[in-house]
Write a protein that binds this ligand. Structure first.
Ligand code: SF4
Length: 214
């Protein structure tokens, strides 16, 4: 009888994990049903010992096709904000709480669908292992899904964005909006304003990292 894949992502994690071996293992994950819908597992990427890790919700349409996180429109916006905040994109690590794209069809388009609590929990071992291996000094949750997964269900990004929250995950942990929300702003003026606020949140993180190391 063919061997069934483990139903728990933790069972796939190698004994002496490295980012490369965990990334390879995640390609075989079947711990929730999202693998059936997504093109591939989109694992985190970036500097292996990054000081700063960004955690988003899940890969989007373009990320799903490319197999890389934050390469679509929201990722480009994040890149721009990083430049404006003086943070080297090559020195950060970007990932998501859920590694497969959840979507529903609308005509010919694939529309993003929010992952549910069970999917987020099933995927969590991958994120925990990434945090354990990278050991970032700062983690920035992007958007409510990531913030509530990491900081608790009651956490409200709108009320507490940019604040540092005590956490065992890293010395500095904070949350801000997901860059995709800036893209959804109703007009150019509010988009510009939201981009400024987002960049300010990132500047705050850059300053805190500098203070911690001085
Ligand atoms: S979303 Fe996460 S838990 Fe679900 S199949 Fe993909 S990698 Fe596994």
């Amino acid at each position: 009888m063919p061997k069934r894949p483990p139903s728990d992502a933790a069972e796939l994690i190698p004994d002496r994990p490295t980012l490369a071996s965990v990334r390879a293992a995640a390609t075989r994950c079947r711990a929730c049903d999202l693998w059936k819908r997504g093109t591939q597992t989109v694992f985190g990427e970036g500097a292996s010992k990054a000081e700063l890790m960004f955690v988003g919700e899940q890969p989007g349409d373009q990320e799903d096709l490319a197999g890389h996180p934050f390469v679509g429109p929201a990722g480009k916006l994040l890149d721009r904000a990083l430049v404006e905040a003086g943070i080297d994109r090559g020195a950060v690590y970007v990932t998501n709480v859920v590694k497969h794209f959840k979507w529903e069809p609308r005509g010919k388009r694939r529309i993003h669908k929010k992952p549910n609590a069970a999917e987020i929990a099933a995927c969590r071992p991958w994120l925990d292992t990434e945090i354990e291996l990278v050991k970032p000094r700062a983690i920035v949750c992007l958007g409510a899904t990531a913030a509530q997964a990491l900081l608790g269900r009651q956490f409200k990004v709108t009320a507490h964005r940019g604040e540092f929250v005590p956490s065992s995950l890293a010395p500095l942990v904070t949350a801000t909006v997901h860059p995709s929300s800036i893209l959804r702003a109703p007009d150019e003026e509010s988009r510009h304003l939201e981009m400024e606020r987002f960049t300010d949140d990132l500047r705050k993180v850059a300053r805190a990292l500098k203070q911690k190391s001085s």
